[in-house]
Write a protein that binds this ligand. Structure first.
Ligand code: PHE
Length: 348
């Protein structure tokens, strides 16, 4: 009996000793349970005591207590050893080598497209305009019909379109938002701009892209005339290109405005003398606009006898190309860091 207990003690001590320092917590707990738990040899041995004489009880009790003490001690030592090992391992893994070079964070630039878009929006926000949004997938009705461009109108040819089905297309300009906003304001004064993407079936090259962006402007109120349009655009273009710029309005045609104008600014490269940038004319075309056509007012719930308004459309990339001297429209869309990083500090 005694011999057997000693054997089992040695076996248990051996098992404790052999536990690896990186063992799983669960495995160690299982082992502890095996050695000291209810079904362990030592617990079983205690159970045999009840059948013994007092003398024998005393002797076996002392022996078993001694064994149990040894086992407890061995387990505690192992536990300490494991904890120490794991702590050291953790510390060494978390050690920071302060001699390593630090991580560098580079700050990108803002795409000049957004510099210009934000700047234009800011200028009009300061004049009290609301900035609105409209859908890029548009119905024929809004893109053309409500803008006084019926099905057979030749002006449709100027805007080669991407059709989704017979009556749905990618908007060819931001002007459909004019109609949408007029209907929303239901015959009340209105002052809005709308920046957004537009699409035309162009062959992509340095100056054309099948996707580009415009900012639409629309103001409707009582007694609005062409002078208001001119003054507004003059203020806008001077804020954008500089106070020294002169503004010129040339007559033009858009089905949804009457009269319609093409707006030029005096060339900022040669100051109006004539150079390659302005093709010798001294002026550069920057946008189109005009007085909202009475048909458009009528179709969109405004009484042309009471209300009048002006509208204009600006190409965002075109303005950015002019402002920053960019050679190819495709640069706006490629995300090339060599290009973008040149705009760290330019603009706001
Ligand atoms: N929608 C016209 C275009 O894309 C521009 C424009 C807008 C003209 C508003 C007049 C008034 O060419």
């Amino acid at each position: 009996m005694d011999n057997n207990l000693d054997l089992q003690l040695n076996e248990a001590l051996k098992r404790i000793k052999e536990v690896k320092n990186d063992c799983l917590v669960k495995d160690f707990l299982d082992l502890k349970n095996d050695i000291l738990g209810k079904k362990s040899f030592i617990s079983e041995a205690y159970k045999t005591m009840k059948d013994l004489s007092n003398e024998e009880k005393k002797e076996l009790g002392a022996k078993l207590n001694n064994i149990k003490e040894q086992l407890n001690k061995a387990i505690l030592e192992k536990e300490n050893e494991i904890n120490k090992y794991q702590l050291e391992k953790k510390l060494s893994e978390e050690k920071i080598d302060i001699t390593l070079p630090g991580e560098t964070f580079t700050q990108g630039g803002v795409n000049p497209f957004f510099l210009v878009k934000n700047k234009i929006c800011d200028i009009f926000l300061n004049m009290g305009y609301e900035v609105v949004d409209g859908p890029e997938v548009e119905s024929d009705h809004y893109n053309f019909e409500l803008l006084n461009i019926p099905k057979d109108h030749p002006a449709r040819d100027m805007q080669d379109s991407f059709y989704i089905d017979e009556n749905t297309l990618l908007r060819t300009h931001t002007s459909p938002v004019q109609a949408r906003m007029m209907q929303l304001h239901q015959g009340k004064p209105l002052k809005m701009i709308c920046p957004g993407k537009t699409y035309r079936r162009d062959n992509d090259n340095a100056t054309h892209s099948h996707q580009f962006a415009q900012i639409e402007g629309l103001l409707i109120d009582k007694n609005i005339n062409l002078g208001h349009l001119k003054a507004t655009l003059e203020l806008f273009l001077k804020r954008l290109f500089g106070e020294e710029r002169k503004i010129r309005l040339r007559s033009s045609f858009f089905p949804f405005t009457e009269p319609s104008v093409e707006v030029d600014i005096s060339c900022f490269n040669c100051n109006g003398k004539g150079c390659s940038m302005c093709k010798g004319s001294g002026y550069i075309e920057v946008l189109g606009g005009g007085m909202v056509h009475p048909n458009v007012l009528k179709m969109n719930d405004y009484d042309p006898n009471q209300y009048s308004g002006f509208a204009f459309g600006v190409g965002i990339e075109r303005i950015a190309i002019l402002l920053y001297g960019i050679d190819d429209i495709r640069r706006f869309y490629t995300g090339d860091l060599k290009f973008i990083n040149q705009f760290h500090k330019k603009g706001e």
